[in-house]
Design a protein around this ligand. Sequence first.
Ligand SMILES: Cc1ncc(COP(=O)(O)O)c(C=O)c1O
Length: 313
Amino acid sequence: MPIQTTSKIWHNGNLIPWEQATIHVMSHVIHYGSSVFEGIRCYGQPQGSAVFRLPEHMQRLLDSAKIYRMEIPFALEELCAGVVDVIETNGVTPCYIRPIVLRGYGEIGVSPKGSPIEVYIANFPWGKYIAGHGGADVCVSSWNRLAPNTMPSLAKAGSNYMNSQLIHMEAEINGYQEGIALDVNGLVSEGSGENIFIVRNGVLYTPPLANSALSGITRDSVLTIARHLGLTVFEQSLPREMLYIADEVFFTGTAAEVSPIRSIDRIVIGDGKTGEITRKIADEFFGIANGLKPDRFGWLTPVKVNASEPVTA
Ligand SMILES: Cc1ncc(COP(=O)(O)O)c(C=O)c1O
């Protein structure tokens, strides 16, 4: 889907016109992939709109930057205020928010020291990432996720998404909606842009971060919701075949939200319908995000824009 433009983009503390948010082709990031970024959603509420887990996302941005020795000249509160500012200025909700920190135009060598840090925050409308109501048909990728001590999985870095692109393109070309990557030891890691959960005999499982998975904010939200619902939850390594014999499997992510999986490698999961536990967790997640259930975990940051339509399961 083509990007739908909005009016302004936040750049280093100022709001600039969308079309002026450009960078030079000789910028460090273009050649060496030196960027870290976030993906955040703002949901429509019965009264106004709210950003979902804004401080947690911006803290992950600061953490990603720290791993890559990128010094962001803004504090957590300033970055959060920048997000609210750009949403309220553009007046577009529900929306997706894309903060990005990059090494700009300065020197051409691999060493990033002489290239300035630039911070941008854009927002724009973005609907469902994984389409379809009956659940997604996905595959296990022939590509592995990043090996430990090569590219850091806990940093949400632009360069990691070259691996994601390989996983996603292979899946699409072979007629699947998404690919699941294993880690270098053949254990389940995550989707190209989502964490993964399975349910078996009423117990919820997700791979630990040490299996090269991103520390997903939605993953954390689902773990919190599941524990609150009284479910038994294990963060443990999962062999590939656990995917096939699971009763339910679903993806989580800011873009994917809670997305049920119908089949993996053409093996039907459970009875091929969205499972009861997936449904319960999704209801709670969307209920809180859309302001239809109490914000019992303090996840919402209100913004002063009236929503045009709610985003639902
Ligand atoms: C590789 C990868 N894993 C997991 C996730 C889910 O993370 P979150 O729930 O914070 O969006 C994403 C999306 O950001 C991702 O790109």
